[in-house]
Structure formats: structure tokens, C-alpha cells
Design a protein around this ligand. Sequence first.
Ligand code: ADP
Length: 545
Amino acid sequence: MQGLMMDTPLLISSLIEFAAVYHSDTELVSRTVEGPIHRYTYHEAHDRSQQLANVLTRLGVQEGERIGTLAWNTYRHFEVYYATSGMGAVCHTINPRLFTEQLIYVINHAEDAFIFVDLTFVPLLEAVQEQIKDVRGFVIMTDSEHMPDTKLPNALCYEELMAAESNDYAWPALDENAASSLCYTSGTTGNPKGVLFSHRSTVLHSYGACMADTLNISSQSVVLPVVPMFHANAWGLPYAAALCGAKMVMPGAQLDGESIHQLIEAEQANVIAGVPTVWLMLLAYLEQTGGRLDSVDSVVIGGSAAARSMIETFQNRYDATVIHAWGMTETSPLGTVGTLKRKHATLTEDERIGLQLKQGRGIYGVDLRIVGPDGNVLPRDGVAFGELQVRGPWVVRSYFKHEGEVLDDGWFPTGDVATLDAEGFMQITDRAKDVIKSGGEWISSIDLENEVLSHPEVAEAAVIGVPHPKWDERPILVVVPAPGAEPEGADILQHLEGRIAKWWMPDDVLFVEELPHTATGKISKMTLREQLADYRLPTAGAGER
Ligand code: ADP
């Protein structure tokens, strides 16, 4: 027997429509690429999104066509999100930090019909325009006063196009399973792969993101996503904010500590979200200036692991609770979130931070399991570690244009190696390809790095496995010293004593000025391994390898 309830499709247009009616005067504030702060309301954002849908219709954009964006977090990018998906097209957010060949690849693979581009990124497109000839036109996200003199063919001015249209537009009743947006993973190996989100997955993910037990966003919130809208849809915050009518603050191109702090203070942001790298910049700025974070209730940290020192500094010095979260483009991206349960109120501070160092616990909508090398499901005991697999309504089923086998028995293998405990907390111990296989056992490069990072003279650290004649692989440590510091290798190893199992001790310590990073700002172990291809272990004996 079927239920007898309405089958209302879950559409992205319904999010902005809702915000425009029920939170019409709630503000969206942006630092524009041109410079000044721009502010308007959900009501105006909705009007302008409808106006932009008319622009897209006038440009001949068809349902299902991909529209690229190369843009910072600003109100115009927000409008492109809603206008493209809302009219039935697919918003393809392009990461400007991709290497040139990858940039060309994703534009052509997505078959972008038009690209909306911020002033900052016009030169990026000019440099590759010969290789992306199928793009029909480039909409420069500015007004006529700031239009650059560009070599791009068919360059159009956003505000001029908008001025020619009315906001008289009715969002179509689309299939909720229709594609809404497209985001490529940065692809540390091989070509980037496209994750094609649907209206349904996006709306369900937005519900998931707002819950008190996840990011706790509501109409009381002022959300500042420092995480870019070109990276996993700014963790879905532009949708989640509309779903609950939160005020949103978009930082534009200026992600340095001073600019972010200034916006937090001026707009009284209380939920701020970003990767550890941006928080390091913010904390360094606060340290120098004595600045405070009085308005901030929670700092969402994801993308890579939050270090103990970062969690302690935010919580103890600035009274802002850290919400450590894990996810990936393939999971929309929210996968696990590290909010504590009622029973955890009695934990000591040390125990609490120990829990917060984990990547968070399973949330409704994302089912988790860990699997050993022979495919057996491992126990949830917080000790056994294996590949993390996930499934749920906002987890990828197949990549865009169906490249390769994705699912393993209905589960998405994440490529992360993790433990799960009886409480549902997940802790990443490594990437499957980075784990160090020594003497038939696994050494977690991430655990080692975290311990090294607690040494005051270390700014950044990476542990990689290098071949060893007896043990198969042994870990070596590559360190970027803290500014002005000149640490000794022996000192750092001594610091590790007692903190790690003896056989985990790195066989060597190398110092470098900087480590290679991927397009999303993570340490590129692959590049590091290439750079150290000729490296020989002192412990392996001369000539032995
Ligand atoms: P990309 O693959 O483009 O770098 P993603 O954001 O999709 O970007 O990366 C997802 C990966 O980032 C995860 O599989 C995981 O390895 C890592 N990651 C995300 N959040 C965390 C976290 N809190 N701690 C450790 N690693 C994380």
C-alpha cells in the first residue's frame, strides 16, 4: 500500500523561494571582487536569481546544459548557483587552483556552454581560450564600469545582461532527481572526476547540514563560509543557509587573516567554516594583533585534519567551539561531524579534545563501515582500521559520464583509512595510498604527522613511506620549520618518544622550505614522493634498496 502524501519534488529553487518569503529581510553580505562590501536581502537575491534565469534563457541555455563558474564567494556567484540549477541547467563550479591541463580538461569534459567568471580569473581563461573553443560565451561577473579589456571571445557583462531582463520568471517544476550541479574532485592521480549532484541530494544534504547535531545552523545564525563555493559547493552552506534563513557572509577574494577577522567582527559571524590552512592564517593574525572572536560560537574545520593545538587555541583562548567534520566532494560533502553527545559533558578536557580530534560521528543520511584488505567488514571498536566506505542519499553513485567502477557492493569506497568506535565516531588514520606498510603492519602517516605538529618548532610536516629492503617500507619525516626556528632532527624524534609505538619512529628527518600542495591546499604526497625518488634511507645500508 502506498502512502497518501504529496509528492512535492525537492528542488533547489524551493530553497531560495522559501528564504525570500519567510526570511525576506535577512541579509547576504559580500566582500566584492571590485572591493566594496555589498549587502542585500534574500528577497533581493531571489529577484536577481530570477532575473538571471531570464538572462540564461535569453542566451539559449537549455535544461541539463552545464554552466561553468570561476568565482569567489560573492552574491553574484550565489545568484548563479540558484539561477542555473533553478532553471534546470547544471552549475559547474570550477576550481581555479586546478593545474592548467586540468582546467582545460574539466571545461571540455563538462562541455560548459557558458562560463561565468570573476575579474580575478579572466587571465586564467584567456591563457587557455584556444583549448576551450566549444564554450559559447564568457559572462564577466562585474558591472560595465569595471569591464576589463579582454581577449576572450564573446565576453559579456553580467550587470548589463541583468539590466536587460525583468525578474518575472517562474521556476520550472523539475524532476527532483535531475542534475543540479557538477563539481570535479581535484584528482591527485589521473584526471579529475565529476560528481554530479541532484536537486534531491542537495536539498536532503541541506537539511542534514542544519541539524543541531551537525553544523547547527538556523535563522539565528550568521554563517561565514571561508571554504570557497568552488570547493564542494562551500560545503553546501549556500543552500543550507537559505533552507533555514541564516544570514550569510561571503568573503570574496580576500581570505587573509585580517580580512576574515574584519568581516567576522563587522557582521558578527557566529558560524565560520574552512580548512585548517585558512584558520592558521586567522590565528596568526589574532596572535599578532590581540584580536578576539567574541561573536563566534563555532568553527567548522574540515578538508584535512584539525590539529590538537588548533582545537585547543580556538576553544581555550577564543572561546569558540571547534566542530571537526569530514567529507569529500563525493559526499556532497558532509560525511561525519564531531559534535559531542550529552553523555560527553562529564569528560575531562583532555578526553573531550581526544574525541574532537576524531573526524566526527556518523550522521543520519550517511551510513559508515570500515573494510579490511580482504573485503571483510571490521568491528566498530575504535582500534581496527580499514578502508572507510559510505552510502546514503547524498553520496555519489557514479561519476559524470560513468567513468570506472565506483561502488563496492552498494557502498562508496572513500580511499580513506579509518577506525570507527562504538559511539559512531570515525577517525582517519590515513589515505589508502599514503599508509606506510612496514613489516606486514600499517603505520598511519597522519597520526605521526599530528604528533610531530605538536612540536613548537614545526610549521608543517609530512610522513611518507620509502622502500626498505627488510621492512618493505619505512617512514621518513619531512618538516617545514616554524618561522625563525632551526630545529634538530634528533630533537623532533625525541619529542615523538612515548607518543608513538617504537616501530613507528621515522628512520630519517629531512628539512625543506616548503612542501608541495594540491589544488585544494592539501600536502601532495604524490609530488613529495616524486621529489624524493632518489632518496636513500640511512638505515637501509648503502646500495641496498
Ligand atoms: P579533493 O579530493 O578535491 O582534495 P575533497 O574535499 O573531496 O577534495 O577531499 C576529500 C578528502 O579530504 C577526504 O577523502 C579526506 O581524505 C580528506 N579530509 C576531509 N576532511 C578531513 C578531515 N577532517 N580530516 C582528515 N582528512 C580529511
